[in-house]
Design a protein around this ligand. Structure first.
Ligand code: DQA
Length: 151
């Protein structure tokens, strides 16, 4: 069975409570349940993972490299700082899609930089939780998109 992995970084476990004016009211559990339901309906295995720890995210990326048909990642604040997560993502041959709930370009300047955008296949930002659903449905449909580092 095709497997798609969805990784969320620090503080995204606080969705629903955390700045709902920016990130919305849905909890990560609700979003993940919806993502798993989409997977079930389409007969695709969906694995969700969240960690507040950079190393744990890197361990998960290494673990699934070569074993997934696509990877969706919202690295949270690590987006703007982590070369180590970027380096781990370079292991992934399958399409990597970067998702952010908020439009980071409308926010503080330090959120404008991403260490992974140029190596990802695509990026969806500013559409709240819908971004994850769109990314998953697109990967399930088998869209032919290459990561920046595979072009
Ligand atoms: C975020 C944007 C980041 O700047 C922030 O640190 C987050 C969430 C988003 O989904 O909009 O934790 O990745």
């Amino acid at each position: 069975m095709k497997k798609i992995v969805i990784i969320n970084g620090p503080n995204l476990n606080m969705l629903g409570k955390r700045e709902p004016n920016i990130y919305g009211n849905a909890t990560l559990e609700q979003i993940n349940a919806e993502l798993c339901a989409i997977g079930k309906e389409k007969k695709v295995s969906v694995e969700t993972f969240q960690s507040n720890h950079e190393g744990a995210i890197i361990d998960k990326i290494q673990e699934v490299s070569g074993k997934c048909a696509g990877l969706i990642i919202n690295p949270g604040a690590f987006t703007h700082t982590s070369i180590a997560i970027r380096d781990a993502l370079l292991l992934i041959e399958a399409p990597v899609i970067e998702v952010h709930l908020s439009n980071t370009y409308k926010r503080e300047a330090f959120r404008h930089k991403s260490t992974i955008s140029d190596i990802a296949a695509g990026k969806i930002i500013g559409f709240g939780a819908s971004g994850y659903f769109f990314a998953l449905k697109t990967l399930i449909a088998g869209i032919s998109v290459k990561n920046g580092h595979n072009e």
